[in-house]
Design a protein around this ligand. Structure first.
Ligand code: HEM
Length: 166
C-alpha cells in the first residue's frame, strides 16, 4: 500500500522563500501539500547529527542576526539546543497528522508572541536552519529536499503567526 505523501497543514508562501527551480525529472515531488517523503528521509539522515546541527544553528543565528539574541536570554544554550531539536522531532513525527500538528503549532505560535518573536524573525530562523541543514546533509541536500524544507518552514511560520493576537 502506498503511503500518503502530501499534507496540507497550510500554505502561505513568503516571497523570499520562493524557489522557481523545478526538481529533476527522476526525483519528482508530489503536487501540492508538503513533500513528506523528502522531509522524513532527510530528517532521518540528519538525526544522528542533531546535536551538532542545533549547535551550529544557534551559533549562526546569533552571528548573522544579533538582534534576536536578547529574546533568548531566559534559556541556557544547552536548553535552547534541546528545545529546537525536540520541536523539529515533534513536527516530523506529526506530519502525517495535520490536525494535531496544526494545534501544536498554533499553541507554539501563541507562546512565541510572548517571547517577542516577530514575523521577520521567522525568515531569519528558516534561512539559518536551511543553510545549516544543507551544509550537514551534503549530497543528500537535493533541490527536492531543499524545497520540501523551505515549504515546511514556510507553512510552520504561517500557522504560528496566525496564532498571534496582534
Ligand atoms: C520554525 C519555527 C519555530 C519553532 C518550531 C520553534 C520552537 C520552539 C520551541 C519548541 C521552544 C520551547 C518553548 C515552547 O515550547 O514554547 C521555543 C522557544 C523559544 N523560541 Fe522558538 N521556534 C520557532 C521560531 C522562533 C523564532 C522565529 C524566534 C525568534 C527569534 C524564536 C524564539 C524563541 C524564544 C525566545 C524561545 C524561548 C527561549 C527560552 O527563554 O526558553 N523561535 N521555540
Amino acid at each position: 500500500m502506498s503511503k500518503k505523501t502530501s499534507s496540507s497543514i497550510g500554505h502561505d508562501p513568503l516571497a523570499w522563500m520562493k524557489d522557481d527551480v523545478a526538481p529533476p525529472a527522476d526525483d519528482v515531488a508530489p503536487e501540492g501539500g508538503l513533500d513528506l517523503e523528502a522531509l522524513e528521509s532527510s530528517f532521518a539522515a540528519l538525526a544522528p547529527a542533531g546535536e551538532e546541527l542545533t549547535r551550529r544553528f544557534y551559533q549562526r543565528l546569533f552571528a548573522d542576526y544579533p538582534q534576536v539574541k536578547p529574546l533568548f536570554s531566559g534559556a541556557s544554550v544547552a536548553e535552547q539546543h534541546r528545545k529546537l531539536w525536540a520541536a523539529l522531532n515533534l513536527v516530523i513525527a506529526q506530519l502525517r497528522k495535520p490536525e494535531v500538528l496544526a494545534k501544536t503549532l498554533t499553541d507554539l505560535g501563541a507562546r512565541h508572541e510572548g517571547y517577542g518573536a516577530v514575523a521577520a524573525h521567522y525568515g531569519a530562523v528558516a534561512k539559518t536552519l536551511l543553510g545549516v541543514m544543507a551544509e550537514m546533509a551534503g549530497d543528500l541536500w537535493t533541490e527536492r529536499v531543499a524545497k520540501a524544507w523551505g515549504d515546511a518552514l514556510n507553512a510552520i511560520a504561517s500557522i504560528m503567526l496566525k496564532a498571534y493576537r496582534s
